[in-house]
Design a protein. Sequence first.
Length: 168
Amino acid sequence: MARRLHLTDPFTGAKAQLLHAVAVANGCRVVLLRELGIATVVGLPVDLELVDLLFTSLLLQATRALADADGPRTAVFRRGFLVAYAARIGERLAVAGERAAAGAAQQHGGSLVPVLVRREAAVQGRVTELFPHLRRTRSRPVDAAGWWAGRRAADGADLGTGRTPLPG
């Protein structure tokens, strides 16, 4: 299954990096069609929902944090901020995923490994089917002050953990 998301300027590439960090953590893959401002997320339906919700939340948090950040209001600072924010969120999600996998392995043993391998192969197969001629892009250097401000902001971002449910 695939879902398309519109990524608006400015900083479409940096926003796509945040989407990529969230998608990878949830077993999905992202293909960016930069000239159209569209990202296609490929994954299982429940994973696509999670990616959409978490990405939207984190993008709103990043936008707010960027507005509150100390630093110049230059484009290079903002891009650096968003790229670093995405990178740090990816690191935090990877650690959370490793903890979850270790807990699942402890509870269920190795029985989940084949399921996860099949899931990854299915997602990659669908990406290849939809986009047979993909190529990777490189990111440009970023502003150091924006980088460190973005990392600090990402450290405080709410990843949706530790919340108590609303009273029902």
